[in-house]
Ligand binder design. Structure first.
Ligand code: ADP
Ligand code: MG
Length: 405
């Protein structure tokens, strides 16, 4: 589960990580009021208006703007809220912006990256830090991998103080910043473990410039935050669950998850219905190998009911980009006859206007074949795939044939 930056900042603050002052706004009017409030309460002179969406790279897409007055905050927020935000992470159609955060702007001497993610090969969380802040960490990893520091975090003992100090020194911090930075790392690690997070990022973590007029500066602060939580841990955290924002999720993905299906929308033209994540990945690979692109990842799992599988077909067939459907089931716990019944039910309720290739093997496959055979009249576009390659070939040529016609 993802949360918004403004929510992540509240969590950071709760764990004692210093963040800049900020106020959430839903309109230009509220953004102007937010600016005035920050000026009154914190004496700010400048603020940044930041689009609150579950996607990063906002800075590059015009979703982070500096403003110097309440009037400017109003104008910038009104504009930001009026159209979808396109960033390198959203896709070309962008995502709607429903809220903006008005946050105190700070002078920045240096930006750092600080994050915690799960290192699957080590089987523990890992603290990741880099002195190349403000840049996507993936870009740093590609272009300058030695600039990334990694410290494994013991799953029960947590991050040790010596580890945090080592990272702070390697980042090039000195003097009082070392203490502030190690404190932030320790608190971020506590937050990560306590909340069952799967990702907790501060990018950038900044140091403000110390000047003669502001000798107290040189502060270490979080000015952006991103957090994801493990869905399987959410039952332990009612407070975190309440932070979910369904409006940020793809509607088809939301529908699928309500039926216990793992569905991810992709850009291709072949809808796939598969059981098991591994088989789903292999099926997508084969579709690609034979010259088409998958329209989705869909794992119906082992225990889905006929209704849930029928809903899965509805979701696939509702996607206007779908030009063909490939069903690939290896019946084990999932029984082939349930899938066959769902195919027939989808044919009755929605109708397959596009080519359909069905490949079934395993538990109750004979019953399944009979069900499909009996319903042949309702399934004029159906072909049977004898194995995975045959099925992938049939659906890709089927779709191409329709294209030509
Ligand atoms: P995103 O990661 O989505 O691009 P950020 O919040 O990291 O959004 O903002 C992008 C950049 O904008 C930062 O790297 C920083 O340079 C600048 N910025 C963001 N917030 C502030 C702030 N409060 N004060 C000054 N600069 C900021
Ligand atoms: Mg950022």
């Amino acid at each position: 589960m993802k949360i918004h930056e403004y929510q992540a900042r509240e969590l950071l603050a709760k764990f004692g990580v210093p963040v800049t002052a900020s106020v959430l706004a839903h309109s230009g009017e509220e953004a102007a009021e937010a600016f005035d409030r920050l000026r009154g309460d914190h004496g700010i002179k400048m603020a940044v208006v930041k689009a609150q969406v579950h996607a990063g790279g906002r800075g590059k897409g015009g979703g982070v703007k500096l403003v110097k007055s309440a009037e400017e905050a109003r104008a910038v927020a009104t504009h930001m809220l009026s159209k979808p935000l396109v960033t390198p992470q959203t896709g070309p159609e962008g995502v709607p912006v429903k809220k903006v955060l008005v946050a105190e702007a700070v002078d920045i001497a240096k930006e750092y990256y600080l994050g915690i993610a799960v290192d699957r090969s080590k089987g523990c969380p890992v603290l990741i830090a880099s002195s190349e802040g403000g840049v996507e960490i993936e870009t740093v990893a590609e272009e300058n991998p030695e600039a990334i520091l990694r410290e494994p975090i013991h799953p029960t003992e947590g991050l040790q103080p010596y580890q945090a100090r080592k990272v702070a020194y390697r980042l090039g911090m000195a003097g009082k910043q070392v203490g502030q930075a190690t404190q932030i790392m320790a608190q971020l690690a506590k937050l990560f473990l306590a909340c069952d997070a799967s990702l907790a990022e501060i990018n950038p973590l900044v140091v403000t410039p110390a000047t003669e007029t502001h000798p107290a500066e040189g502060r270490v602060l979080a000015i952006d935050a991103k957090m994801n939580f493990d869905d399987n841990g959410l039952f332990r955290h009612e407070d975190l669950k309440a932070l979910a924002d369904p409006a940020e999720e793809n509607p088809a993905e939301r529908r699928a998850s309500a039926h216990g299906l793992s569905y991810i929308k992709l850009d291709g033209n072949i809808g796939c219905l598969v059981n098991g994540a591994g088989l789903a990945m292999a099926t997508m690979d084969l579709i690609k190998l034979h010259g088409a692109e998958p329209a989705n990842f869909l794992d119906v799992g082992g225990s889905a009911s006929e209704e849930a599988v029928t809903e899965a077909f509805r979701i696939i067939l509702d996607d206007p980009h779908v030009e063909g459907v490939l069903v690939n089931i290896f019946g084990g716990i999932m029984k082939c006859d349930i899938i066959a019944r769902a195919v027939v039910s989808a044919a009755e309720h929605v109708g397959f206007q596009v080519p359909l290739v069905v490949r079934l093997e395993g538990t109750n496959v004979e019953q399944a074949r009979q069900i499909l055979q009996r319903a042949k009249a309702q399934l004029p576009t159906m072909q049977v795939g004898t194995d995975l390659t045959d099925a992938a070939k049939k659906i890709t040529t089927g779709v191409k044939a329709v294209d030509v016609a």
